[in-house]
Design a protein around this ligand. Structure first.
Ligand code: IDP
Ligand code: MG
Length: 233
């Protein structure tokens, strides 16, 4: 179900996101676009919860997924709360990482580390979106090639939450230059060339705010992770 929905969304995403990021449009189209995937994920979570409930009907602690439409005033902004356990970072699998089948591995690394995935969707960026995303690099000579490549195919957008998520995310990615990245890091394990370093991660709280606001205008899912007491002391 997830795959079919993703593909359907993928085919229409270019027109949706173009509108969403044009100067005059509000992000409504992008919101409905990615809500489609979010809703599907929630549906899947609901099925899982139902299965769990059936397997253990005596459990009083069974929780169900809460729709993100039910966000409360206590929820953090989409870019989280830097310096707390609700710090958030924007991690993306770039077009080369998607083509090379590395989505699952990259997600798994953050998941296994203990971070919480609060936003996830596939988007085929327009050139304009790529330029917005890398706006801080617009004066660099490689900017045209970088933005052209970043908009050459779908990327996977993620919002990860947890203590020190921005800095730790960067360390998990490795160095910008793959050849300088240590084995064990994502870039050190899977990439060689600078322009094909497969993943992106916010480099600062300001960067995370810019990127998460841009890529998740519809917001993310503020869910409670029940195992957090086994991740944080
Ligand atoms: P980052 O991705 O580690 O944050 P940035 O300096 O923000 O690195 O650059 C964004 C991306 O631009 C890099 O991930 C890399 O793919 C590409 N890039 C950076 N420097 C160069 C360069 O000198 N030549 C070609 N591409 C570069
Ligand atoms: Mg950067």
């Amino acid at each position: 179900m997830f795959t079919r929905t993703t593909l359907r969304t993928f085919r229409t995403s270019r027109s949706h996101v173009t509108r969403a990021f044009s100067a005059s449009a509000t992000p409504i189209a992008a919101a409905s676009n990615s809500r489609l995937i979010n809703a599907t994920l929630f549906a899947a979570a609901g099925v899982a919860a139902a299965v769990l409930a059936g397997a253990s009907s005596s459990s009083a602690s069974t929780t169900t997924a809460r729709c993100d439409a039910a966000a409360t005033a206590a929820d953090p902004p989409v870019y989280g709360r830097p310096g707390t356990n609700q710090e958030r970072t924007f991690i993306a699998v770039k077009p080369d990482g998607v083509q090379r089948g590395l989505i699952g591995d990259i997600i798994a690394r953050f998941e296994k580390r203990g971070y919480k995935l609060v936003g996830l969707k596939m988007v085929w960026p327009t050139l304009h979106m790529a330029e917005e995303h890398y706006a801080d690099l617009r004066k660099k000579p490689f900017y045209p090639g970088l933005t052209k490549f970043f908009s050459s195919g779908p990327i996977v957008c993620m919002c990860w939450e947890g203590k020190d998520a921005i800095k730790q995310g960067r360390q998990m990615l490795g160095e910008t230059q793959p050849l300088a990245s240590k084995p064990g890091s994502i870039r050190g394990d899977y990439s060689i060339d600078l322009g094909r370093n497969i993943c992106h991660g916010s480099d600062s709280p300001e960067g995370a705010e810019h990127e998460l606001t841009m890529w998740f205008p519809e917001g993310v899912s503020n869910w409670a992770k029940t195992v957090d007491s086994h991740v944080y002391e």
